[in-house]
Design a protein around this ligand. Structure first.
Ligand code: SF4
Length: 316
């Protein structure tokens, strides 16, 4: 990679002492592992909207769709202060050319999923979203987003990072004088990766590209991007991966000796039962792709959608 991928992140996750108590929530996986590939743009909505460190804790209260942000003990309403910051900040971030955002879970400002919203009775339901996280998602609905807590789940982690790298490739495509011919190439390399998420999207995108000459480039690229990110939002399950692995095998099935075929089928079967991680059948398939020189497959992003050093497929 020539340049690191630009990713927004809740500031406290980088170890910055911006939390209500003057502390942080440094996440070593984010800084020490993802930091090798991502350049982080930190955002602390509470400090950047003018609140001090330390400060009184806050919580969301009222309607989960448009909750108020109130201090916990004194009930001071910081909703409009926070919302005007959010409006300003999402516009400012346009210049940052972000390819993803990683949010701090549970925060009434930064939490992305299942943030507590308190009702009048004082009871909380986990059905809200932090005000800044909600503004980001509204402003950039296609941007890959995730929470640091969910990144501890191997499947969610792999899915998110795969999406970030793919989105970056797409942005590089757009930034380098894109045209119809280049789109055909981009699509050809991503076919199996898309297939692992959604055969429905793969077929729709195939039709979109095939009839693309009739469509204006702006409209064509926009529809393609929408479909691509929509497809990647659908989880690549074991069953879907098995389908892709068998599909890959189909390209050189006739070249394999009976021993090789039996071994490969056995490994795919073990993966389907989750006795082996995805990296095992993929390593074997890569070996045969090289051995039998299957050029079409050599260029497939599915075989290495993110750097192997991240070892993401060793755990799914
Ligand atoms: S969770 Fe968000 S608002 Fe709270 S300290 Fe971290 S970055 Fe700031």
């Amino acid at each position: 990679m020539e340049n690191k991928i630009r990713v927004g992140v809740s500031s406290c996750l980088l170890g910055n002492p911006v939390r209500f108590d003057g502390g942080h929530k440094h996440d070593r996986y984010i800084t020490d592992v993802l930091g090798n590939y991502f350049e982080f743009i930190p955002v602390c909505p509470e400090v950047e909207c003018g609140l001090p460190v330390p400060r009184e804790t806050m919580r969301l209260v009222g309607d989960p769709v448009s909750p108020k942000l109130l201090t916990t003990k004194t009930g001071i309403d910081h909703t409009s202060r926070m919302l005007s910051f959010c409006n300003r900040k999402v516009k400012e971030l346009e210049k940052e050319n972000l390819s993803a955002f990683i949010f701090k879970k549970n925060s009434p400002s930064s939490g992305l999923y299942r943030v507590k919203v308190y009702g009048n009775s004082g009871m909380a339901r986990k059905n809200g979203r932090g005000l800044f996280a909600a503004s980001m998602v509204n402003a950039y609905p296609l941007l890959p987003v995730e929470e640091e807590g969910r990144l501890q789940d191997a499947h969610l982690r792999e899915n998110f990072i795969e999406k970030v790298f793919c989105y970056q490739r797409w942005k590089d495509f757009l930034a380098n004088a894109p045209d119809y011919k280049k789109l055909i190439l981009f699509h050809a390399c991503h076919k199996l990766q898309i297939m692992a998420h959604s055969t429905k999207h793969l077929s729709a995108m195939g039709k979109l590209v095939a009839s693309g000459k009739k469509t204006g480039p702006k409209e064509l690229f926009f529809s393609y991007q929408e479909n691509l990110l929509e497809a990647l939002n659908l989880k690549a399950t074991v069953k879907k991966n098995v389908n892709v692995l068998q599909h890959i095998m189909g390209y050189f099935k006739k070249d394999l000796t009976s021993d090789e075929k039996a071994e490969l089928l056995g490994v795919i079967d073990s993966y389907s039962w989750q006795h082996l991680p995805l990296v095992v059948p993929l390593t074997l398939l890569n070996h045969y792709i090289r051995k039998y020189k299957v050029e079409y497959l050599q260029n497939q992003t599915y075989l290495e959608p993110h750097p192997a050093e991240l070892m993401l497929r060793n755990h799914v």
